[in-house]
Design a protein around this ligand. Structure first.
Ligand code: NIG
Ligand code: FE
Length: 411
C-alpha cells in the first residue's frame, strides 16, 4: 500500500533517524520542510522532500494537504489507561477543600482504584480501557506507554498487564507495558512493607517475566509510598528480569530519589514537580530522561515541573499525559503541549520536541518513532490549516487535528 501526501505547507520535526533525543538549547530547534510531500509505504515513511521534486508514481491514496501542517504523532510515555470505574467523587471532594494526600489517607486514591479493579473482570476491564485508547489515538497519540499498578495483588497486576497485551495486539498504536506493582502499599501491608515488596519480587515479577507481560518496571518513590531504599530494591529486582526502570519520583517531595534512579540507569524519571538543584546536577551527564506531566499539575493544583530551569541547565525534557483516574483523567497530548507552553514557559518548539522525539526516547522507541525520518513508522498528525504551528499550543482547547495516521493507516 502506498499513500502520498502532497502540498504540505509545513512538515515538522524532520530529523536524521539516528537522533534519539534532544537536550538543552537544541530543544529550541524544530527542523521543518515547507511545501513538502511525504510517501508512506505500508507502515513506514518511505521518503519525503520538497514539492518541486515530488515523484510521479502510482499510489493507492493521495492526500492533498494544501494549507496543512504535518508532524509526527505524539509519543505519550506515561499513562495508566487501564483502570476500572472512575474517581469523580474525589474530584468533588478536592473542590470542597480536601487535598490529594488527605483523600489518600482516608483510603481513597490509588487504593480506591485498586478495590474497583479487583472487583472488575478482565473482559470488562478491557472494554473500559479500549475506549480510552481509541480516544487518545483520535487525539493524535501514536505510541503509548501503559502501566499496571491498580491491582496490587498477584491476580490484579497480571489482569492489568494481560489487558495491556491484548490492547497491543488489537490496535496499531505502539504500546509499551510497565509493571507498577509498587504503586502503593495495600492496607494489609501497611505495617509490613517488606512483606509486600517480597510479594512483588518473589511472586509477581517471576510470573510477569514468564508471560513476557512487561517492558519496564516502575515504583512510586514518594513520602508515604515507597522510600528510596524500597524503590532501589524494586529497580534491582526488575533489572534481574531485564526490566529497565521508569520511576514516579519528586511529585510531592524531593527525597533524593532521582539520584538512586540515575544510579540504577533508569530510562526516565517522571513527575518532578519538586526538583532541587542537586537533582538537576545528578541528571546532567546521565542517560535518564526527565518527564513532566503538566496536566496532572493542572488537575490536582500542584506545582509544575520547573522545565525552564532544567532545559536551561542543558537537560532534555519529555512531556506525557499521566492519563489516570485520580490525578489526570485526560489523555490529550495536545492539551499537555499547550499547558507546557502556558504554565511551564516551554516554547512551542521545545514542547513539540518533548512530546515527540523525547517522548519516544522515554519509552525506548526513538529508533522507530518520534520524528519524520526515512524508515521510521508512518505515525503522523495532519493538522487543520494553521497560520503557523504556534497555533497548536496557542489555540488550546480547540481540536486542530484533521487526520491521524498510525502505522500507515488513517484512524
Ligand atoms: O502518576 N503518583 C502516582 N500515581 C499516579 C496517580 C495515581 C492515582 O491517584 O490513581 C500519578 O499521578
Ligand atoms: Fe503516573
Amino acid at each position: 500500500m502506498k499513500l502520498l501526501i502532497t502540498n504540505i505547507t509545513a512538515l515538522l520535526q524532520v530529523r536524521n533517524a539516528g537522533i534519539e533525543k534532544v537536550s538543552g538549547a537544541a530543544m529550541a530547534e524544530l527542523p521543518i520542510i515547507e511545501n513538502a510531500w511525504l510517501l508512506i509505504e505500508d507502515n513506514i515513511i518511505a521518503d519525503f522532500g520538497i514539492m518541486d521534486n515530488c515523484p510521479e508514481i502510482m499510489v493507492d491514496t493521495i492526500i492533498d494537504a494544501t494549507g496543512k501542517t504535518v508532524l509526527p504523532a505524539w509519543c505519550d510515555s506515561h499513562t495508566h489507561i487501564v483502570y476500572a470505574g472512575n474517581r469523580e467523587q474525589e474530584f468533588v471532594d478536592r473542590i470542597n477543600g480536601l487535598s490529594y494526600e488527605e483523600i489518600a489517607a482516608r483510603g481513597g486514591g490509588i487504593l480506591n482504584s485498586a478495590k474497583k479493579l479487583n472487583e472488575t473482570g478482565e473482559e470488562e476491564l478491557y472494554q473500559q480501557s479500549k475506549v480510552r485508547l481509541e480516544e487518545v489515538m483520535q487525539q493524535g497519540s501514536g505510541a503509548v506507554e501503559i502501566k499496571s499498578g491498580y491491582g496490587l495483588t498477584v491476580e490484579g497486576e497480571l489482569k492489568m498487564l494481560r489487558v495491556i497485551k491484548r490492547l497491543r495486539e488489537k490496535y496499531p498504536v505502539a504500546i509499551k507495558a510497565t509493571f507498577l506493582g509498587a504503586h502503593a502499599f495495600p492496607a494489609e501491608y501497611k505495617e509490613n512493607h517488606s512483606g509486600y515488596i517480597d510479594l512483588i519480587i518473589n511472586e509477581m515479577l517471576p510470573k510477569i517475566a514468564d508471560e513476557k507481560l512487561a517492558d519496564y518496571i516502575d515504583a512510586f518513590c514518594e513520602t508515604g509510598y515507597f522510600s528510596v531504599e524500597e524503590t532501589e530494591r524494586i529497580m534491582e529486582a526488575g533489572k534481574k528480569y531485564g526490566l529497565q526502570a521508569k520511576i514516579h519520583v519528586n511529585q510531592f517531595t524531593a527525597i533524593n530519589g532521582i539520584e538512586a534512579c540515575v544510579k540504577h540507569n533508569a530510562l526516565s524519571v517522571d513527575h518532578l514537580e519538586i526538583v532541587t538543584d542537586e537533582d538537576i546536577e545528578v541528571l546532567k551527564n546521565s542517560n535518564t530522561m526527565p518527564v513532566a506531566l503538566p496536566t496532572c499539575s493542572f488537575f490536582i493544583s500542584i506545582p509544575y515541573t520547573p522545565a525552564r530551569k532544567m532545559i536551561d541547565a542543558g537537560l532534555p525534557m519529555a512531556l506525557a499525559t499521566d492519563f489516570n483516574p485520580g490525578t489526570t483523567p485526560s489523555g490529550n497530548m495536545n492539551l499537555v503541549v499547550a499547558t507546557a507552553c502556558i504554565k511551564m514557559k516551554m516554547t512551542p518548539e521545545e514542547a513539540i520536541n518533548a512530546a515527540t522525539i523525547n517522548g519516544a526516547y522515554a519509552m525506548g522507541i526513538s529508533e522507530t518513532h518520534g520524528s519524520i525520518a526515512k524508515g521510521k513508522r508512518a505515525n503522523l498528525i495532519i493538522a487543520k490549516p494553521l497560520s503557523s504551528y504556534y497555533q497548536l499550543p496557542y489555540a488550546f482547547g480547540s481540536n486542530l487535528i484533521d487526520t491521524v495516521i498510525i502505522e500507515g493507516k488513517i484512524i
